[in-house]
Design a binder for this molecule. Structure first.
Ligand SMILES: Cc1ncc(COP(=O)(O)O)c(C=O)c1O
Length: 408
């Protein structure tokens, strides 16, 4: 089986006038989001899985109308705040999972949630009376248990929920079959930017450990980490794996990716404030690595800068398209906080950098604006949308009031 995907064209990067976009700004490109959504909605149709968006990775709520246009009607929330955002702005199914719910938040979460996933049987037992009372009052509340099949292919410990002593999910050893009354689903999450071959192997481990409980369930949530919008991702395999699982167990399957929605859908536009010299040139930008793109330091990874290349390799350097270039201007690229490590590293630019020049970081939509801080009180980038007609819309600007509101 080969499914052909015909996806809409995207706005060529060369046609974008960066100087017209006020800096700093997270800029979502509507054409690129539409392309991802077209792909995700086709996977949803072909596989029969329900695909919901994980707010922890992508929660740009001004785009939720677009998501609904493509049949994405549900969201998964990790907290009361995200659940409320899902209810108020997605206006679809609200799924909630958190490593633990507090007594204070739970009653409100229960009011908002259609699907509630518990990370442990102790939490399920603690909150079961409230769930039962809601059901007795006529509410449909699906309850799932997050399980840990202890199989992971994630190299970075920071992102591996299936690693040793993980607090995320119930292992087979701790699983309480006697407490399954009222539970109608299982949830696992152990992928991170993986391909569908990882999902296929993961399902073997999941079914080996928890397959015996599946006849008692109505649904299984395969978590996130399915990077289906990345070029080269094996979509046919994903569709086949989901279909086969559904056929084997006759269950409703849910996928809850975050990254796949925002993957390659926009940029962080910044500008140079100053260039300082200490043996090497360093460009100080009006954004912060630590405050605005923290995964660069946490993961860590090196983002691509449009039009800039990597540092010299044996006397030569590569442009961003991989070709070897004869010359260029090296700069250490860093942010505007006082943190010494608020730095990405060295890049080679075609021209010398001057104050006011734009420096555009690629692929800065997922896990960026959901994680930003006001560290040092630095200016928070705007959030904007580059529409398909070429118009730029500044959707949100942040000022002193937002900074002050986080403190007291
Ligand atoms: C429980 C759960 N679901 C979904 C996701 C979304 O994963 P991703 O953005 O990698 O698709 C995560 C990410 O950490 C998660 O922990």
């Amino acid at each position: 089986m080969t499914v052909s995907f015909v996806l809409p064209e995207v706005t060529p990067v060369e046609t974008i006038n960066w100087a017209e976009i006020p800096s700093p700004a997270f800029v979502l490109d509507e054409s690129r989001l539409r392309r991802n959504l077209a792909l995700i909605s086709q996977v949803q149709r072909e596989s029969g899985a329900q695909i919901i968006v994980a707010f922890k990775g992508f929660a740009m709520w001004s785009t939720f109308g677009l998501l609904r246009e493509y049949g994405i009607t549900g969201a998964t929330a990790s907290s009361l705040n995200e659940a409320r955002l899902a209810y108020e702005e997605m206006k679809g199914e609200v799924h909630v999972y958190a490593p633990a719910y507090s007594d204070e938040d739970f009653p409100r979460i229960l009011e908002l949630a259609d699907h509630l996933v518990f990370n442990s049987f102790t939490q399920w037992v603690r909150f079961r009376p409230q769930v039962e009372a809601a059901r007795a009052a006529g509410r449909t509340v699906h309850v799932g248990i997050r399980v840990n099949h202890e199989y992971g292919e994630v190299d970075t410990d920071l992102y591996n929920p299936a690693g040793p002593f993980s607090r995320l999910g119930v292992t087979r050893r701790e699983f309480r079959e006697d407490l399954l009354e009222g539970v109608d689903g299982l949830h696992f999450h152990s992928l991170c930017e993986n391909d569908s071959s990882t999902l296929e192997r993961t399902l073997v481990a999941f079914e080996e450990k928890f397959g015996e409980f599946l006849p008692r369930m109505k649904w299984v949530n395969f978590g996130g980490g399915h990077l289906m919008t990345r070029a080269g991702y094996d979509l046919d395999r994903l569709i086949r794996v989901v279909r086969d699982f559904k056929a084997r167990h006759n269950l409703h399957v849910i996928l809850e990716p975050g990254s796949a929605f925002g993957w390659q859908t926009g940029w962080l536009v910044s500008s140079v404030l100053d260039v300082v010299h200490n043996v090497k040139d360093a460009a100080v930008l009006d954004v912060s690595v630590s405050a605005h793109m923290p995964d660069v330091l946490e993961m860590p990874y090196r983002p691509r800068i449009l039009g800039a290349g990597d540092p010299p390799e044996q006397g030569q350097h590569r442009e961003d398209d991989g070709t070897l270039a004869a010359s260029g201007h090296p700069y250490i690229v860093g942010g505007t906080t006082c943190l010494a490590g608020d730095v990405i590293g060295e890049y080679i630019f075609a021209q010398e950098l001057q104050p006011g020049d734009r420096v555009v970081f690629d692929d800065m939509i997922h896990y960026t604006m959901v994680k930003t801080t006001f560290f040092n009180g630095v200016k928070h980038p705007d959030i904007g949308i580059l529409h398909v007609d070429g118009n730029y819309e500044r959707v949100r600007a942040f000022g002193y009031e937002e900074f002050k509101a986080k403190l007291s």
